[in-house]
Structures are given as structure tokens and as C-alpha cells.
Design a protein around this ligand. Sequence first.
Ligand code: V47
Length: 371
Amino acid sequence: MELAIDDVLKSVQDERLLDISYKVLSGDRINEEEALYLFESNELTALGMLAEYINRKRHGMNAYFIVNRQINPTNVCVYQCDFCAFGVKKSDPKAYEMSMEEILKKVEETYLAGGREIHMVGGIPAHWEYERYVSLVREIKKHFPEIVIKAWTAIEIHHMAKISKKNYREVLEELKEAGLEALPGGGAEIFSERARAIISPNKANAQEYLEVHRTAHKLGIPTNATMLYGHVETLSERVEHMAKLREIQDDTGGFQVFIPLAYWPEGTRLGGRRTSSVDDLKTIAVSRIFLDNFEHIKAYWITLGEKLTQVALNFGADDVDGTIEEEKIVHSAGTRSAYGHSVDKLVSLIKKAGKVPTERDTFYNVKRVYS
Ligand code: V47
């Protein structure tokens, strides 16, 4: 059910917003200044309608989800980013490392329950050798060839390159050969050097993150992109972040989805406040409008919470991620959402948002429509 252009235009009050709306509705790309204007606008309904107009043109009433599981093999991390409450030092009483057997057991549970994607990322322990990252992928694929492995963030790939003295291409080729089929978007945080120096000064920088993704795209490995917002970044820095992604996407087309991640402050060294629902919805809407070369925008139910995810599905988002089973990273920082959801629950959540639950695989091939 497409939104009528007249209805969208009627929702706009401000003159400049009206000019931008004409541009958006006629399919023209908006520039960074215009995106900033949208972020600064208080016309939430108009933003939502514009974004939803685009979303429905692309996806109709479909909203995607996947039957998947997150696995975080360890929380031990050398980087100790100030926004992160998950990563701990090796000596911390909360530190854990899963054995290969434990990981395979989790994958088996997911497989038997019909799940076909493993999203595996974790802390980066100083004592892990390069081969461990590769063999985790190889072993999962060997035992469960039908499972798609979406694993290791660009930060982990950068780290692997460093410790193995290989370049990104060589690392990614080896992982691909072992069974890796996609990269998740984690680790992007915010690309601005100013903000990154405050929240995560030690790990791979923006250029390195982007180069890993570019290299993956060249090798035919699709990747996702994230943006952690609501901490110390400015609205211009959010736009700058999205502009960098849009530029690469113009070149490679290898990004599958953009995922804005709302910052949760509990237990972090950075502290601060939670994002407001208005900010969350604006960020979803502006990303849908600005990232005209991204097919999908994900409302990640873990960070947004279930209720706001339903609203976000009417503010430009077309995907909610998946069943997940056991989310640990954002739960360490205080999110109140569930750890995982059954298929029935996700289907009902999407239906109640007025959308058609559409089960997908990692690559957004439709597996089942719950019409
Ligand atoms: O990179 C860490 C974020 C990310 C906090 O690719 C936090 O499909 C909020 O990237 N508050 C990991 N967020 C999760 C991630 C992801 C999730 C779901 C799907 C995909 C995908 C990727 O979580 C980290 C970081 O940006 N994070 N700490 C926090 N306190």
C-alpha cells in the first residue's frame, strides 16, 4: 500500500522541508546539508511519511526478519572502548571464552530449530591467534554446511591482518575459503575522528573499517554497515558518517543494509543518557531518505526495544534483524528488550505494526511470507 504523494506533502509545514520533500518524492538524491536540515527539523510526522514513502516504494508492506543466532565466543577484549560494557580484561571475573564444542552445540541448537544464520562477533583477546578465527568459521561450516556464517567485524578483520602480517584481501580470502559468507556491520561506531578519539581511540579507525568493507565487496562478500549514535557525536557527524557509506556504496554496491544503533550507557565508562524515541525515529527516517543506494534499513529491536521497532517499521525501516536467541553486547549496557524472540513473537510484532512478516535469509532472499 503506497503512500499518496499528496498525503505526504500535506504533512509538511516548513518551506525548506517542502523543497527537500519534492526532491525526495521525485527520486532525487539529497545532499549532506539537506540531510542535516532533516535531522534538525521538528516535523517528525513529515520525516516519517517521507521515509515511509520511499520504504513502501521499495518493499511494499513487507518487513523482513531472519531466524538466526548471535554467538559471542569471548568478551575478553584488548580495546576497552569507553562506550562498550561487554568487553572486559582477561583478569575480570566476568571474562569468558567459549570452547569450540560449546560453540558447535549452540549452532546445532539453532540448526535444529530451523535457523540458518550465525552472526558471530566478540571481544578481541590479545592471546588469540589468527588461526583461531579461521578455524571457528571452518568448523561451523564443516559441521553445518547449510548455515550461513556472518562473522567478524571489520575491527576483527583488521586485527587478524595485523597479527598474521597479511593484508585484508588475504585474510578475507582465507575466511571465505573457510566458509565465511558475509560480514556484519559492527565496529563502525562513528567515523568522525574527533568523536572516535573520545569513545574508541585504540581500535581500527574509520578509514581502516571502510577499507575492509571495500575489500570484502571486491571479493564478492556482502557486508552490513552500522552507526552507533547518541553518545558524543554531533548531528553533522552522523551525516558525515552516512555520506562516507553512501560514497562507497556508489562504487561497490556491496552493502546490504544500514543499521543505526542507539547507544545504551549503563555500565559503560563513557556514561551519558539514553537516546530519545524522537531521535531514534528521526535517525531511521533520515537514513532511509539519505541512503538512496541502500536497499534495506534495519530497526534493530535489541537497541530500539520491541515497541519502538514497530513504530520504526512505519518510519522507513523494513527489517528488524532476527530471532537472535542470546544478545549480550547491548544487554551488558542496559537494554530492556528480550534476549531473543521466537519466530511467532517476531511475526506477531511485525503484524501488529501493520506490516507483512517476511522471513529472509542473510542475503535478503525471501523464504516465507506470513500474509
Ligand atoms: O559494534 C556496543 C554496538 C555493535 C553498545 O550487521 C552498542 O546485521 C549500543 O554491530 N549501546 C555490535 N550499542 C552489534 C552490531 C550488529 C547488531 C545486529 C546486526 C548487525 C548486522 C550488527 O554494538 C558494536 C557497537 O557499535 N554497541 N556497545 C552500547 N553500549
